[in-house]
Design a protein around this ligand. Structure first.
Ligand SMILES: Nc1ncnc2c1ncn2[C@@H]1O[C@H](COP(=O)(O)OP(=O)(O)OP(=O)(O)O)[C@@H](O)[C@H]1O
Ligand SMILES: [Mg+2]
Length: 438
């Protein structure tokens, strides 16, 4: 309905003028005007009551019939109502589609409010976590997944890494939890069943560990015979001398490989460093300096040590020795004669940093992210010459993981590399000050 305010005012003016004229004719102006205004107010009140009755009605009906200003008001409200109904229907359709799609997923989804209370979940989450509807609605998630590591993970607010834990309803199942923030600090938990993946990983680790273990005996026997043969190589023809030397070299390499694989599988089956004690990092560096001096001197390289802290590291001495020696051996192996290697140990309020820097051949940018993979060699040709197995950095990475640390690699091809081991602050300990004897 088209509403024109001028027409409405004109009608009101005509009504007033009409009543004045009638009042003048009847000689009762005040009375007629008062009756007219009373009638007008009464009519408006009636329209208001009709509007109220109509709005009170929960099921939407057509608006009451009216004209003028009230007709326009009824029409506009009706239009708004229709618009809202359409919007609500569209929202319902979207929610239904979202629910249908999450119902079809194998991964569990749990929606939480800002306080961590459960608001909604899909059937997969019900199956994986054993949630019960409606009893678990509005329950704190940490009351339902009671594992302390989940509580720690949930409360830390940094969900970059996923968390793996046995399922609360079945110890044999492994679940992976990933949390994401949405809206106003609300959280969404995505739960994935990774039991099969874990089993496969276990099979692979067991296979490598068993194979390496089984290979040790035949290799020792082979190596023993080859050693005896090479001790008597002067009685052999030159062709056989070369063959035996080459066989010895290869069995030595295999022995190294088996040794490294066994170390790696031992490190993989643990998640934290065993035999943890306080490691004097400066003493460790001196030991490495002494042990690797012959190798470094052979290439006429120099080894510089910068010790900026006396802080000790909570960890496993032999594992940390293996970590640092792997890095220093690499620095020497992948640097030309007369080059320089630097070892640095420093600490601050964020943690400890142990780094090895060289000015050797460097590493191509594309290879850096893959260096800690097993058997990965940046330059297969050159690394092959140096007799490496490609397991050194994989071992280094696992040792660091077990010490809550991480490895950072910076390198420029042709200019050198910097390998930095970062340790968290909670692994550091300042040694007690010894009183000076006068
Ligand atoms: N300081 C370095 N400079 C240049 N390249 C390096 C350096 N350290 C490692 N690399 C590259 O990274 C690869 C992987 O190193 P890693 O220590 O894992 O294996 P490797 O030295 O070949 O063998 P292994 O240490 O098992 O005897 C090396 O083959 C080499 O290409
Ligand atoms: Mg190496």
């Amino acid at each position: 309905m088209n509403f024109n305010p001028t027409t409405e005012l004109r009608h009101l003016a005509i009504l007033l003028l009409g009543s004045l004229f009638l009042g003048w004719l009847l000689n009762a102006v005040s009375l007629v005007v008062a009756i007219t205004l009373g009638g007008y107010i009464f009519w408006n009140l009636r329209q208001l009551f009709r509007l109220y009755d109509w709005l009170k009605n929960t099921s939407p009906t057509d608006p009451p019939n009216s004209h003028g200003l009230w007709g326009a008001v009824f029409d506009e409200i009706y239009k708004l109502q229709q618009h809202q109904l359409k919007y609500r229907a569209r929202l319902k359709r979207v929610i239904k589609r979202f629910r249908d799609s999450t119902y079809a997923l194998k991964d569990g989804f749990v929606m939480l409010d800002r306080e961590g209370n459960i608001e909604w979940w899909n059937p997969a989450a019900e199956k994986l976590l054993g949630l019960v509807s409606p009893a678990d609605v509005n329950q704190l998630i940490t009351n339902l997944i009671r594992d302390p590591s989940f509580k720690d993970y949930f409360e830390q607010d940094n969900y970059e890494k996923a968390l793996e834990l046995p399922a609360p309803i079945n110890e044999k199942m492994t679940l992976q939890y990933q949390i994401a923030f949405f809206g106003k600090q609300e959280r969404l938990i995505i739960v994935r069943d990774i039991t099969d993946l874990k089993k496969l990983e276990q099979v692979r680790t067991d296979f490598v560990a068993n194979m390496s273990h089984e290979l040790r005996t035949p290799l020792t026997v082979l190596n023993g015979y080859l050693e005896t043969l090479s001790d008597n190589s002067d009685q052999m023809e030159p062709m056989w001398q070369r063959a035996v030397a080459s066989m010895r070299q290869q069995t030595e390499r295999m022995k190294l490989l088996v040794k490294d694989l066994l170390i790696l599988s031992k490190l993989e089956t643990r998640t934290t460093a065993v035999n943890s004690g306080l490691v004097n990092v400066n003493a460790l560096i001196s030991r490495i300096h002494k042990d690797l001096k012959p190798m470094i001197d052979e290439k006429n390289q120099s080894l510089l040590i910068h010790s900026e802290s006396d802080d000790q590291l909570l960890g496993n001495n032999e594992e940390l020795y293996s970590l640092l020696s792997n890095l220093v051996v690499n620095a020497s192996k992948y640097s030309p004669p007369n080059s320089r290697i630097e070892i640095k140990w420093g600490t601050n309020t964020t943690g400890g940093t142990l780094s090895v820097k060289d000015n050797g051949i460097g590493i191509d940018r594309k290879d850096i992210p893959r260096l800690t993979e097993r058997f990965y060699r940046a330059d297969k040709g050159r690394s092959g010459d140096s007799g490496g197995t490609g397991l050194g950095l994989a071992i280094a990475k696992h040792i660091l993981i077990n010490h809550d640390g991480r490895l950072e690699i910076e390198s420029t091809l042709g200019s050198g590399s910097l390998f930095t081991c970062k340790f968290p602050f909670h692994r550091l300990q300042t040694p007690p000050q010894t009183a000076a004897i006068s």
